[in-house]
Design a protein around this ligand. Structure first.
Ligand code: GTP
Length: 209
């Protein structure tokens, strides 16, 4: 008989946010379709792609939402924070403003999602040469350390660190989902203090014999 192992499956929502033209769509297209386009077609509203990732202990079905960086879509983007399990915060190495605006994106994320929502900071366009760079690697690392989140320098164009960045946040999300489901399955007495109701149930059980 064939031995089919059935791993637990989880579903998650991942959001990519950051200023316009930092390369959010390009990162998603590189990750899901392994291609790159040098034209900038601003995302209108919001769009998503699905990626299924197999781990040793489970399978994660990730809905990856590509938000629009343009200010006029800000309210729409904010609405999409709700219910997300992970957030990729993106700036571009050649755009200083996109880096300083990351603190605003973090504030938005924190006011619309629980504090423990998985986050990573990404500096995209690391293929650009030194003359075109306006944010140093050290500045990116420092901001990420202050926020206590992992940091990646990526290039959607050259396919540098894209799989690693998405793979890292997918693992963070998967681990969090597994630990939440473990907690839900634990006996009530281990999860927290016994409630009065539980005590009376136990007393009633003891009495009956
Ligand atoms: P909005 O939809 O307006 O929010 O923009 P976006 O953040 O989705 O940016 P998009 O992916 O459309 O990329 C903007 C421009 O940057 C395009 O011309 C891309 O070709 C270019 N670009 C994206 N990623 C890279 C990269 O890694 N390196 C370089 N050199 N250019 C990139």
């Amino acid at each position: 008989m064939m031995n089919v192992s059935k791993l637990p499956e989880y579903a998650a929502k991942l959001l990519i946010v950051g200023d316009s033209a930092v390369g959010k769509t390009s990162m998603l297209i590189r990750y899901t379709e392994d291609r790159f386009s040098s034209t900038h077609l601003s995302t209108v509203g919001i769009d998503f792609k699905v990626k299924r990732i197999s781990f040793d202990d489970s399978v994660l079905q990730m809905q990856i939402w590509d938000t629009a960086g343009q200010e006029r879509f800000k309210n729409l983007t904010t609405a999409y924070f709700k219910g997300s399990h992970g957030i990729i915060l993106v700036y571009s190495c050649n755009n200083r403003d996109s880096f300083t605006h990351i603190t605003n994106w973090i504030k938005q994320a924190n006011s619309n999602t629980p504090q423990n929502t998985c986050k990573i900071l990404v500096a995209n366009k690391c293929d650009l040469d030194e003359n075109d760079r306006f944010v140093t690697t050290e500045e990116g690392k420092k901001l990420a350390a202050e926020q206590n989140i992992p940091f990646f320098e990526t290039s959607a164009k050259w396919d540098v660190n894209i799989k690693e960045a998405f793979g890292h946040i997918a693992t963070m999300i998967k681990d969090q989902l597994i630990s939440k489901s473990d907690e839900a399955e634990r006996p009530i007495s281990i999860q927290g203090k016994l409630q009065k109701k539980d005590l009376s149930q136990i007393e009633a059980q003891n009495k009956c014999c």
